[in-house]
Design a protein around this ligand. Structure first.
Ligand SMILES: Nc1ncnc2c1ncn2[C@@H]1O[C@H](COP(=O)(O)OP(=O)(O)OP(=O)(O)O)[C@@H](O)[C@H]1O
Ligand SMILES: [Mg+2]
Length: 358
């Protein structure tokens, strides 16, 4: 059985008959699992586990939706501070002017509107892990202050000259190229070096397509249970469509496509019609590209398809009589014969079919 056929057989079997083929982080009490068996993923998880029990700062890079936050959670779950807080801060979602007070907190009266003392995310994460998502969007002044905290554990709430200490493990994530940003003067070089000591790159889904069936398996189980539609499977065409697609939105896009399919699928089998239109049109385009080749080859291919269909249709109409079919199509009999030979079309079978109809 080919790999694709084997995967298909597994995916189309009822879910309860199948072994759970997902690869989870080995820690049994881990609540999160990063699904994947691609060598790059196996290596990534190995690295994540190795660094989990240190206090080292980790930088996780990868395109949007590849699972960077999931990797951060795995590091936390496998570290000694798994019972301590995990505080996520999305730097891209906080206006620059508010970032420092969100991060370090502020004292009463620190600025207009600061009517109460505010506890910052760093203080909330004390003893545990802070996850700095989209660190590329961090303001320049917070970048400078963060560097100080990373080096000495010191920080000051906004509006205060008091120095405080925190014991927080920092995990940062970026989906923009920080090196480019450093070169453009948009990101502090010293902070980049400080963050880049341990770097984990999460590969794009299109670079590890062999993980798609495993991920589908996982999402059909979790989403099927969530939306009260268990026991779903994928048709062969659906799996082929999912394998052909490029996933600019990575695993998140696959997850959302399957969420939609689980909700829309009334029967047991998910068909391509249940997938978002841009996924299926991609499949059609890929098929076309595979078929096309260069212009001359593509043209020859299209001409051949047309000629075969035309000759067949005209023979049918003319009851398999070659002289009549040639005259009908405006071709010489010799030319018509040549085409029959090239396409291995037997005119006699059309005559027999016509006689049977009479
Ligand atoms: N390997 C995986 N196994 C299981 N689920 C995954 C995997 N990778 C990603 N996901 C799921 O895909 C979604 C997106 O993952 P996540 O939020 O970690 O991506 P991200 O890289 O942080 O994205 P962004 O850059 O947009 O913040 C989540 O629902 C996550 O659970
Ligand atoms: Mg994220």
């Amino acid at each position: 059985m080919s790999v694709s056929a084997a995967l298909h057989a597994r995916l189309t079997a009822p879910i309860h008959d199948r072994p759970l083929r997902t690869r989870r982080s080995e820690d049994v009490h881990s609540a999160v699992s990063f699904i994947g068996a691609d060598p790059a993923v196996v290596e990534l998880l190995k690295m994540a586990r190795r660094v989990a029990d240190t206090s080292a700062t980790v930088l996780i890079t990868g395109e949007s939706g590849t699972g960077k936050e999931l990797v951060a959670q795995i590091i936390r779950e496998e570290s000694a501070s798994r019972a301590e807080p995990f505080v996520a801060v999305n730097c891209g979602a906080i206006p620059e002017s508010l970032q420092e007070s969100e991060f370090f907190g502020h004292v009463r009266g620190a600025f207009t509107g600061a009517v109460e003392r505010k506890v910052g995310k760093l203080e909330r994460a004390d003893g545990g892990t802070i996850f700095l998502d989209e660190i590329s969007e961090m303001s320049k002044s917070l970048q400078a202050a963060l560097l100080r905290t990373l080096q000495s554990g010191e920080y000051s709430p906004v509006g205060s000259s008091e120095t405080r200490f925190c014991n927080v493990r920092v995990i940062a994530a970026a989906n923009r190229d920080l090196v480019e940003m450093v070169e453009a003067g948009e990101f502090r070089r010293d902070l980049y070096y400080r963050l880049n000591i341990i770097r984990l790159d999460v590969p794009a889904l299109r670079e590890r397509k062999s993980d798609i069936p495993l991920l589908c398996d996982h999402f059909l189980q979790t989403l099927g249970a969530k939306y009260g539609n268990p026991g779903l499977s994928l048709s062969r065409r659906t799996l082929d469509t999912l394998l052909a697609y490029d996933y600019p939105g990575n695993v998140r896009e696959l997850e959302n496509a399957l969420r939609r399919a689980v909700i829309l699928c009334g029967d047991r089998v998910i068909e391509p019609e249940h997938l978002p239109a841009d996924m299926t049109s991609d499949e059609a385009r890929n098929e076309l590209i595979e078929e096309l080749g260069d212009f001359q080859a593509a043209k020859a291919n299209a001409v051949e398809k047309f000629e075969r269909a035309y000759i067949t249709a005209v023979l049918q109409r003319c009851g398999g009589i070659i002289s009549r079919a040639a005259s009908y199509s405006g071709l010489s009999e010799r030319n018509f014969h040549e085409k029959l030979k090239r396409y291995e079309i037997n005119a006699r079978s059309f005559r027999a079919a016509a006689a049977a109809r009479k």
